[in-house]
Design a protein around this ligand. Sequence first.
Ligand SMILES: *Cc1c(COP(=O)(O)O)cnc(C)c1O
Length: 227
Amino acid sequence: MIMNEATTDSAAQRLSLIQSEIYQAAKLAQRKAESIELIAVSKTRSADEIRPLLAAGQRHFGENRVQEAQDKWPILRAEYPDTVLHLIGQLQSNKAADAVATFDVIHTLDRLSLIEALAKAMVASGRKIPCFIQVNIGEEAQKGGCAIAELPALLEASARAQIPILGLMCLPPEGVEPAPYFALLGELAARHGLQDLSMGMSADFQTAIMLGARYVRIGTALFGARH
Ligand SMILES: *Cc1c(COP(=O)(O)O)cnc(C)c1O
């Protein structure tokens, strides 16, 4: 696989390369390319680094910190009001209201206390934010995400709290073949009648697309190595 490490190419050129790789992977998987949405992961990137991608037509962006998104995005969103902002990092319950006010999709719902906090924030603001349940698919001690066994309880609680759940999200263990983990996430989603999968990053998005990813989250291959 070719890693699109940032070289002298412009962000717009790298975007177009990734788009064509997504298109190829979709074709191979006999899926429609429009069924796959690229989230440009802009954590740690400045507004000046992000603007060329907005100018090139990219609209879905991912951030992993509420505060950073609040600092960076109001100005960019004023310029590009149809931007869709995804929270892809761990969320503390005391930041739930800020997250609901700032983001359009939350990918990291992973525990009952957070469901409660988000439900409260959504009622208070009148904003219903669609969410993904993050599953700790490799059952790693240090990772975010719920245990596989907890998934039914979280889905039930989300339904009771009227939080719309789009599907499941995962970050597979590093340094091992991700395909079995992506396949397992797909199986769990199907078992629970969930539509969408948020999986695949710079190093493994083609594999994730083969295994049904709806959203791929790509940072390094678009922006270069994080400083
Ligand atoms: C940083 C991050 C990404 C992007 O990773 P790259 O390897 O830079 O593409 C994707 N998903 C999550 C949850 C991240 O934190």
